[in-house]
Write a protein that binds this ligand. Structure first.
Ligand code: F3S
Length: 755
């Protein structure tokens, strides 16, 4: 047992009384989101109604979870925090750095060898500060958290954007950058703008090919990648209660794709079943005794439109399987319309690879339903036409699936079972020939499908759907296949039709697990020494960023004006760059190399006004830095959508970029920029984006009176000497302005310890 019983008892102590007081203070019935958020107000916060979408509020999360790629920078920052032990239970999970190449066994050995230095660093810092450590191969962070740490009514932050996965067990779980994690591990309150609440009423019951994944794929089409920004999505209704706990987690996980702060489901019998099956009967019993605290009040459910900021209704009984993509997760096609879209848009019809796994869809239920399709194909004499790769979510899922014959079904059909890790979901896929592959299609059960994300190849068209649909497409080898109505020709030349997927939400014989891969920290880690080799290319101790110089920013050159989508993958690519996540200087060489320059429509090609030559973005930024200059980045909508990686904020800060001016920001990234002491500014009039010219010098005026709610002025000096000015807005509150002045939130934190 790895969960902390003391923590659960502490959180649940007086929980119902707290909820009652919140009901009185707010003077109205409560949504589930409000119950958990207000129950976690940080010490000193007044219990009063906070305005959604307006007021910043301090919270006290119960837990922190970190994956190995983001934990490196988080723990490097923790080393600089002045603390000697984490203030709340925290864990590190080694899942991102394992390259999927041959198979689970060989890839794990290779990862342990190639990442040895990083794993040792993470293990030592974890041991020193009292952090639980999950070894490589133990599983994907969100699956492991769901199996071990998620609990109803709790609040957690995690250094990964799919942390909301734990909402499947009625926990408010929010993806953050490493600096936020350091704050919470250091015992400081954690700040969030009180989110709006989108209510999603689920009615009916899933049947046939439709799965939990299709709920969120459909919702992504409705809300788009920005529709959930600054909002928590709260599900309710009879349909919600009919979904398995892992199915609910899938839906919450992918709420990140609509920009939601997090997503949450009410506690119900499925939660009880899952908690009991994962060896947490005590939590199940405590949860049942507080059941009314872990769902919205009856008055809210009777009149949702009066209590949620927006209500969307989805009927599960009529839900079709969806296929979303390519290149964006909100391009949603019901499978009945997909073949038409393939033809209309010229998507490559032949399917090259099917990939099942990722934190979104790697539960026992997911493997079980996908395996039923493969097993059915085996019995119908159908061969799997495309490559098929499976990444189980955890060692527990894998061992259980092995015992129950599911892994055998996949292997019999020629599938390769990779490690219990992220693998191709984060570009950790050594795909033969990917570097020179022409236009090709892959179908995955993952959550993201941005260009180059899976195999680094911009010609790969990635579509996301449920695991059972991935299995069906893999058998057909074609995107034109609709398993609900089409037949396939088997090895004997007969026309056969795949049966609908069947599967078990939970294993009939319970889970089995020989070795979880968990290492508990020692009681007293004060004597543990953490060393980083000065010549390491993977790790680098952090030097504090310089404080603000007290002056306006005057005539700094434009570094890049980005056009179109600019996700954190465009700003700080994953894939091969994952190896430098603990070395700021080295990883800064990938800064914005995926972003498209608005002036020449090329990536990683920006003009050096001094020579007139085009050069790589990081190289030009380094040149400016060496000359003692800063630079400015301009971009369009939802800048920084996608992951929570703070490298996307630290790299520009390190390379002396002074401000990012955009039409709009994704929430996590905007906060990350603020934490690193950067200026994150928004065009008041979006059309002002068009005024920015390629060789502009940019001034940002008004910083000496920088204040919450007060706009700043941007002045452009064009190449011909003419000038133009416009206003930019910001969302900095007083604390965040202090971070800017101190040079970073961490600088401010340390100065407070000294004081
Ligand atoms: Fe890993 Fe992909 Fe999830 S990178 S944590 S499996 S989104």
């Amino acid at each position: 047992m790895v969960f902390d019983v003391d923590l659960i008892q502490r959180v649940y102590q007086g929980y119902r009384d707290k909820i009652h007081k919140i009901q009185i203070a707010l003077g109205k019935p409560l949504t589930l989101t409000e119950k958990i958020l207000y129950a976690h107000l940080a010490e000193g916060e007044v219990l009063k109604p906070y305005r959604r979408g307006v007021d910043y509020v301090n919270f006290a999360p119960d837990r922190v979870a970190m994956q190995d790629a983001t934990a490196q920078m988080a723990l490097l920052q923790l080393l600089n925090s002045g603390r000697d032990k984490v203030a709340v239970p925290s864990t590190v999970h080694c899942d991102h750095l394992i390259l999927a190449y041959k198979n689970a066994h060989d890839d794990l050995i290779a990862a342990e060898k190639s990442n040895q230095e990083v794993y040792s660093f993470l293990k030592d810092v974890s041991n020193k500060y009292g952090i639980g450590f999950w070894k490589p191969g133990a599983g994907i962070i969100h699956q492991v958290v769901l199996e071990n740490y998620a609990f109803p009514g709790g609040m957690m932050i995690g250094t990964d954007s799919h942390t909301p996965n734990a909402g499947g067990l009625s926990m408010i779980a929010i993806g953050v950058g490493g600096a936020d994690a350091v704050d919470v591990m250091a015992g400081l309150p954690w700040e969030l703008k009180m989110p709006q609440i989108i209510g999603v009423k689920l009615t009916g019951k899933l049947s046939g090919w439709a799965s939990a994944k299709d709920v969120i794929l459909k919702l992504a089409g409705i809300l788009t990648v920005k529709g959930g920004t600054n909002s928590i999505i709260e599900y309710f209704g009879d349909g919600a209660a009919a979904l398995s706990a892992t199915g609910k987690a899938t839906i919450c996980n992918m709420g990140a794709e609509v920009g939601a702060t997090t997503s949450i489901f009410p506690f119900d019998q499925k939660s009880v079943d899952y908690l009991k099956m994962t060896d947490r009967s005590e939590i199940a019993d405590l949860g049942q005794s507080l059941e009314d605290c872990f769902r919205a009040d009856d008055a809210v459910l009777a009149d949702p439109a009066s209590y949620y900021d927006r209500v969307i209704e989805i009927d599960l009984s009529s839900l079709e399987p969806y296929v979303n993509g390519p290149f964006t997760p909100d391009l949603a096609y019901p499978v009945s319309e997909f073949a038409k879209a393939v033809a209309e848009h010229g998507y490559p019809e032949k399917m090259e690879a099917g990939l099942i796994g990722s934190c979104t869809n790697s539960s026992y239920e997911d493997l079980s339903r996908a395996a039923s399709i493969i097993e059915n194909a085996n019995s119908l004499d159908l061969k799997v036409k495309s490559q098929l790769i499976i990444n189980p979510g955890s060692e527990q899922v894998k061992e259980t699936a092995e015992r129950d014959g599911l892994i055998g079904d996949f292997e019999q059909a020629g599938a390769v079972i990779m490690a219990n890790a992220c693998g191709p979901c984060i570009g950790q896929w050594r795909r033969e020939g990917a570097d020179k592959a022409p236009k090709n299609s892959i179908v995955t059960s993952f959550n993201r499908n941005f260009a180059k994300r899976n195999d680094g190849n911009p010609n790969t068209y990635a579509f996301v759907c449920s695991p059972e649909m991935v299995a069906a497409f893999s058998i057909a080898g074609s995107l034109n296949f609709n398993p609900l109505k089409d037949t396939l020709t088997n090895e004997k030349g007969e026309q056969v039709k795949l049966a609908e997927p069947i599967g078990d939400e939970l294993p009939k014989k319970g889970f089995t697990l020989k070795s979880a891969g968990y290492i508990a920290p020692v009681k007293d880690g004060s004597q543990i020494k953490v060393t980083v080799a000065p010549d390491s290319e993977r790790l680098q101790l952090l030097a504090p960023f310089a404080p603000w110089n007290g002056k306006d920013i005057i005539n700094q050159p434009l570094l890049i004006k980005v056009t179109g989508k600019c996700t954190t993958d465009h700003i700080s690519m994953a894939g091969v760059w994952l190896r430098y996540r603990g070395h700021l200087d080295n990883i800064a060489n990938n800064m914005l190399i995926g972003a498209v320059n608005a002036f020449n429509h090329k990536t990683n090609s920006v003009i050096d006004p001094e020579t007139g030559d085009y050069m790589a973005v990081p190289a030009l930024a380094r040149k400016y830095k060496a000359e003692g200059l800063g630079s400015i980045v301009v971009a369009e909508e939802n800048y920084g959508e996608g992951s929570s990686r703070e490298h996307a904020a630290m790299e520009p800060r390190f390379l002396n970029v002074k401000a990012i001016i955009v039409k709009s920001f994704a929430r996590i990234h905007e906060t990350n920029l603020k934490k690193q002491g950067m200026l994150a500014l928004t065009f008041v009039n979006k059309a002002d984006y068009d005024k920015v010219q390629e060789e502009d010098k940019i001034s940002i005026l008004g910083l000496t009176s920088f204040a919450p709610g007060k706009n700043l002025t941007v002045q452009l000096t064009h190449k011909d000497g003419s000038t133009e000015s416009f206003e930019v807005s910001h969302t900095y509150n007083q604390t965040q302005i202090e971070w800017f002045r101190a040079g970073s939130a961490l600088n401010k934190l340390k100065s407070e310890y000294k004081a």
